[in-house]
Design a protein around this ligand. Structure first.
Ligand code: UDP
Length: 336
């Protein structure tokens, strides 16, 4: 299939690009490089040995998107091009409403106008808010605690309204848990701008000596060691999840919503220990107060993903840490 990857130069988009190529698809990257580097394109060419097809622009530019969808005969879209920083969304909600909600609307209009109605959307476990229990199944109630999470929830509702209005829409909503790790080549990986918000890139920067210490946000949660528990999933597994989702949409022709996680929860201290082991470096920690909006535990039920997609995460915490370390140590300043 010819597939448009909006935000295809970003962390998850670039890994999914390679997974799709590896499965015989023809991915076209579409990115405005507002939160990614054009250098990723050379890296993708080095890994794949093939020229990357990339278009630059905004998903909100409907005329541009319609033009390139026709030119490349796009059959499906995987939409990664959303902003995702919780704190920034609290400080600048309009930025999130504009890019995530208006951008999504314009993209859907362009897809409708070109009669391409197959979409894979990057949602997030954030739509479960503070879950009443774990593991989390897809039927758990949804809520939001910040504008970023709210945009994911609203988009899920937009997509379900669209499917009701026209059954020609085939939509896979993928609720990601905590993507980490990097391609085993060490050539592409997560390259956050400024101070990382997420745990794994922060730990990697401490291990490589860019930051002195990890602040552990809270050690009084009702978890085995008191620190927050999350479902970390290797980005390579997540990328394969997109391939499986596209194949399922094509084979079954029905829309679905599915968790992409491993079903296994690890605490902040578990991650620190695994990273020290993988890197051979010390990761000093200090305990700090809880981060506002954080939940104690969040991990997925993986049953629906395995039944519906025939997909399961294969890689464990050790591979997540060693691949993340390979990328971080070979590229201490990311793509800069
Ligand atoms: N965390 C931490 N220090 C950091 C960043 C994160 O202790 O510098 C903790 C955070 O409180 C949570 C876990 O690590 O328990 C995962 O946080 P992340 O932001 O990566 O994912 P999310 O909270 O969005 O699931």
């Amino acid at each position: 299939m010819k597939i448009l990857l909006t935000g295809g130069a970003g962390y998850i988009g670039s890994h999914t690009y390679l997974a799709l190529m590896g499965s015989g698809h023809v991915p076209v990257i579409f990115d405005d490089f507002s939160n990614s580097s054009p250098k990723v394109l050379e890296r993708l060419e080095r890994i794949s040995g093939q020229a990357v097809v990339c278009e630059r622009g905004s998903v909100a530019d409907s005329a541009l998107v319609q033009g390139l969808m026709k030119r490349h005969a796009i059959e499906a879209v995987v939409h990664f091009a959303g902003f995702k920083a919780v704190g920034e969304s609290v400080a600048q909600p309009l930025k999130y409403f504009d890019n995530n909600l208006v951008g999504m609307t314009r993209l859907l209009q362009a897809m409708d106008a070109t009669a391409c109605r197959t979409l894979v959307f990057s949602s997030s476990a954030t739509v479960y808010g503070d879950p009443a229990s774990v593991p989390i199944t897809e039927s758990f109630p949804r809520s939001h605690t910040n504008p970023y999470g709210h945009t994911k929830l609203v988009i899920e509702d937009m997509l379900s309204a669209l499917q009701k209005s026209d059954p020609a829409w085939k939509v896979a909503v993928l609720r990601y848990f905590n993507p980490v790790g990097a391609h085993p080549s060490g050539l592409i990986g997560e390259d956050p701008r400024g101070i990382p918000n997420n745990l794994m890139p922060f730990v990697a920067q401490v291990a490589v000596g860019k930051r002195p210490v990890l602040n552990v946000f809270g050690n009084d949660y009702p978890t085995p060691d008191g620190t927050g528990v999350r479902d970390y999933i290797h980005v390579q597994d997540l990328a394969q999840g997109h391939v499986a989702a596209l194949q399922t949409l094509a084979a079954k022709g029905e829309s679905f919503t599915v968790n992409l996680g491993t079903g296994q929860g690890y605490s902040v201290l578990d991650v620190v220990r695994a990273f020290e082991q993988a890197s051979g470096r010390q990761v000093p920690v200090q305990f700090a107060s809880r981060r506002e909006g954080d939940v104690a535990q969040c991990y997925a039920s993986t049953e629906r993903a395995s039944e519906l997609l025939g997909w399961r995460a294969q890689l464990g915490l050790d591979a997540m840490c060693s691949d993340s370390w390979r990328w971080q140590s070979a590229n201490p300043d990311g793509y800069a």
